[in-house]
Design a protein around this ligand. Structure first.
Ligand code: FMN
Length: 354
């Protein structure tokens, strides 16, 4: 299986499966001299962790990250940074019954057709357990961007199923509730919605928004390395992501040109429908991104599928699952944006100097 590496100059290679002994990553290209505080990485991992509320999977992983290389006396040395997290709460027996069947909405069918075999335990390599390492690497990128440029990267839940959560945008609320909602007043409604869904055995989708502020002008390449193209690719690489919007996104279909174009005055831009990127290059405005996540596929409600021999089967999922995968996606979306911007910071420096 190729393509386990993300980025060109800030390169993260991840490895591991959901129910293997461990997952990990190697980050190559991190500049030397960056102070690494493991507590900060753990903090980000804690934001993504399962089992923190009844609204996420009840798998309880400690996510105790070990830094194996690339850091000496708390400072990056410029050599590869290897991070490792042991899987301590995998329950593979839950997956014995799906060894020979394809769960709808999962990668089972395509993996099997492509490779002729698959690690069916917890989804194997296709599991969102892999995103743990994105969040860990993203924590390092976030720190560098914050310290060198004052770049802030903040995400939130913008919509869960039919419930809009971004009518009030109070970013200080995001980490105060289990949904990453920026509006405290809708948390009760979210709880009730999720409780109803869990009882019915169904799931729902979600939309996550993220903004990078203080991004300098000039990041991104004008043709094949467009900043927006790289962001879209990064977001679409997250499990269950089904759509990415930059700035006004699909709303631009109904906008008039006079409304959409962001007029410029000596004091700056008058709006930001472009989402902070023009011609693939950052404009200095906030980089604004939204990602749509599909509803969780693993449901205890029965559905039709086939086994590896093509026979019809009924699938009912066992195991511990997120009833709305988007609930835990906010830190992952933030991490992917940090990784893309970090990579482009180094790429810009490589071509243009400081
Ligand atoms: C944070 C997160 C948690 C997820 N948890 C689950 C889960 O518990 N059950 C499930 O069926 N899918 C879950 N998924 C989605 C699957 O990993 C994904 O749908 C599957 O691998 C197929 O890939 P695709 O949806 O990208 O095509 C999760 C996704 C994310 C981002």
């Amino acid at each position: 299986m190729s393509d386990n590496t993300f980025g060109r100059l800030f390169r993260m290679t991840t490895f591991g499966e959901s129910h293997g002994p461990a997952i990990g990553c190697v980050i190559d290209g991190c500049p030397p001299g960056l102070e690494i505080d493991v507590a900060e990485i753990k903090h980000e991992l804690g934001r993504r962790a399962t089992g923190k509320s009844r609204h996420t999977s009840q798998r309880r992983e400690k996510d105790d990250v070990q830094v194996l290389s690339g850091v000496f006396e708390g400072i990056t040395t410029g050599t590869p940074i290897a991070l490792l997290i042991e899987n301590t709460d995998a329950r593979s027996r839950d997956y014995g019954n799906i060894a020979e069947i394809f769960r709808p909405g999962h990668a089972d069918f395509t993996y099997f057709k492509k490779y002729g075999l698959r690690d069916y335990r917890g989804g194997g390599r296709s599991s969102a357990r892999e995103t743990t390492m994105r969040v860990a690497a993203g924590a390092i990128a976030k720190k560098y961007l914050r310290e060198q440029f004052g770049i802030g990267i903040h995400g939130w839940l913008a919509q869960l199923g039919p419930i809009r959560t971004d009518n009030t945008l109070d970013l200080s609320e995001v980490d105060n509730n289990p949904f990453f909602s920026p509006d405290a007043s809708v948390v009760d409604e979210l709880e009730k919605h999720m409780d109803r869904l869990r009882k019915s055995g169904d799931s729902c989708g979600a939309r996550i928004s993220v903004v990078a502020s203080n991004v300098p002008v000039g990041l991104g390449e004008p043709v094949y390395g467009k900043l927006d193209a790289d962001i879209a690719s990064a977001m679409m690489s997250i499990n269950a992501a089904k759509g990415v919007e930059i700035g006004a996104g699909f709303d631009c279909v109904e906008q008039l040109g006079t409304e959409h174009r962001d007029e410029i005055t000596p004091e700056g831009f008058l709006s930001n429908h472009a989402g902070g990127i023009l011609g693939g290059i950052s404009s200095g405005q906030d980089v604004r991104v939204s990602v749509a996540f599909k509803p969780t596929s693993s449901l205890r409600l029965p559905c039709r599928s086939i086994d590896i021999h093509g026979n019809p089967v009924e699938v009912k999922t066992k195991g511990r699952h997120d009833p709305c995968v988007g609930i835990r996606a906010t830190p992952i979306v933030e991490a992917m944006l940090a990784l893309v911007i970090m990579d482009h910071v180094l790429r810009h420096r490589a071509q243009n100097g400081k």
